[in-house]
Structures are given as C-alpha cells and as structure tokens.
Design a protein. Structure first.
Length: 298
C-alpha cells in the first residue's frame, strides 16, 4: 500500500528572517511523500529569492508568487492548487519537528472518523530559544468544550483529511483574523478533531507576530467564533453585534483578559460586571508577575 500524499501549504509575507529554518524543517521530515506549496504573498523582502533557491533543489516545492492578498485568501489559493489526501499547515516563522508529518498521517489513517489533527507545541523566541512547553487539550470532547471560550489548536500544526471534508476544507475569507479558529469550529460541527500529545511543532513568539500587533481586532474575531460555536448562532452584522450584543462583548472581553490586555478588555464589560473590576485592578498590577504565576499552574 502506497503512502498517502500530503500537501503542506504555507503563506509567506516578509518572513525571510526565519524562512530557511521553516522550509528546511519540512524538507527534512521523516515522512517523504509530500508536496510543499509555498505562496509568496507579495513580500517586499528577500523571501521570494529564498523560496526559489529551495525550489531549484527540491522538486516537491511548488511556488505561487502573487500580489498581497492576505493570509486567508492565500491559504485558499494553496488548497485549490494542492493534490494531497491530507493537507498540512505550516507557518513561515515556525519549525516542524522531524516526525510531525509521519505521526499525523499515522493518526488520520488509523482514525478515519477524525477530520483534523493538531499537535502539542513548544514555544520558542525569535532566536529559537525555549520559552515553554504548551499544555493543550487533546481529546475531541475537551477541545469542543474549550472552543466555547478560545482556540486550543495551533494553526501551523494542523493536518486535515481532504476526503472527509470536501468543500468544508476552505477558510472563510470574511475573517481577516482567527480564520483558523473559524474553520476548526466549522469542522467540529461535522467531524471529530484531536491534538496529538507529542510536542511536534515549535511556535515562534516574537514582536512582529499578528497577535502582538492587532490584539483587539483579533480578539473580536475570536470572540465571534466562540460565541457562535457555544450558542449555535450566526453573527450576520459584525459591527452591530459587537456594539450591542452584551453576551458577545463579554466573550471578546474575556479573550482579551486571557491575553493579558485588561485595559482593552474593560471596554467590553459593563461597570456592573465583576469582570470589569477584575480588568480594572489588573491594570494596576505587574502583569509580567501574573503571567509567570499563571505558567506555574499550566
């Protein structure tokens, strides 16, 4: 029996600083039967040159060079181009451990009712130094419960079963941020999902991360996903709902609190709510100490 083809998809935008390490982590996988679709999404740095140099050396790499369209659209373009039975994500500043693809393929082949599998992650800094080992949720039931408040599946670590998903496979292009969370919850309404307990993906945390630059906007989109999943509803008018739906506003505020942004979170709570005052007092203390305390209990 031949090994199933895996399509690894990656979108690149001005990521030349980390790109070599990211690309090599895929090319050096113990699992060899894959194609590697890399979208250069209008980079103005040397990213395209780096990609093309690797493409000359390894014919498994497929290069798509385009004007900037954003992550969501770029990933959908890569999916349409792909041929694999399974589709694996990869972020341009992260690192996949050597056996990542092998273990995920094994899981999906042996557990045919599962449409999505992520992995546990290790967080590293911009220099590749260890920060912490993440403790995530693993089972389908644990993940579903957690989805009502936050995303617990690292985007770049995911592998998807194309045969099961069909058209559900594509990202919602109305979502500039939290497009992964949106897709995972959509999949979870129809199929089982899981995270592997092994730490097979290194997620890089640095100041240029989207989560650092656009935390409030990202939290709004994440709050919408959490609200919709928990209540089995659809938010049709984003601006109106964010302004007037007190339950949605509470979701957004709680996500901001979890991201240690109490000053912004206060905007989304009524002064009559306990969370408003928790946010208020959190602005008066040293959040670095609180973050370190939280890590002790993870």
């Amino acid at each position: 029996m031949s090994e199933p083809l895996v399509s690894v998809i990656m979108s690149v935008y001005n990521d030349s600083k980390f790109l070599n390490e990211s690309i090599e982590s895929i090319l050096n996988q113990s699992y060899k039967n894959f194609e590697f679709i890399i979208v250069n999404d209008g980079s103005s740095d040397s990213s395209l040159n780096v990609i093309n140099e690797y493409a000359k050396k390894d014919n498994r790499i497929v290069v798509i060079d385009q004007k900037n369209k954003g992550l969501t659209k770029s990933l959908n373009i890569a999916i349409k181009k792909s041929n694999g039975d399974f589709i694996a994500r990869m972020d341009a500043d992260d690192i996949s451990c050597k056996n990542r693809l092998k273990e995920q393929v094994k899981f999906l082949v042996e557990n045919k009712e599962f449409a999505l599998v992520g992995t546990n992650i290790i967080k590293i800094d911009q220099y590749g130094n260890f920060i912490e080992k993440n403790k995530t949720k693993y089972s389908d039931s644990e993940i579903r419960k957690t989805f009502c408040t936050r995303n617990c599946i690292a985007h770049g670590s995911v592998m998807l079963n194309r045969k099961l998903l069909g058209n559900i496979l594509y990202y919602d292009e109305n979502f500039k941020y939290s497009q992964d969370y949106r897709l995972w919850t959509k999949i979870a309404r129809h199929y089982k999902i899981a995270n592997l307990k092994e730490s097979l993906y290194k997620l890089r945390v640095h100041n240029k991360s989207i989560s650092k630059q656009k935390i409030e906007e990202q939290s709004i989109y994440a709050g919408v996903v959490a609200y919709e999943f928990e209540n089995n509803e659809v938010v049709n008018n984003l601006k109106d709902e964010v302004n007037n739906n007190i339950y949605l506003r509470k979701k957004i505020g709680l996500i901001l609190l979890m991201n240690f942004e109490p000053k912004i979170a206060m905007k989304y709570f009524s002064r009559r709510e306990l969370y408003y005052w928790i946010s208020f007092f959190a602005t008066l203390i040293d959040l670095k100490k609180i973050k370190n305390l939280v890590k002790l209990f993870k």
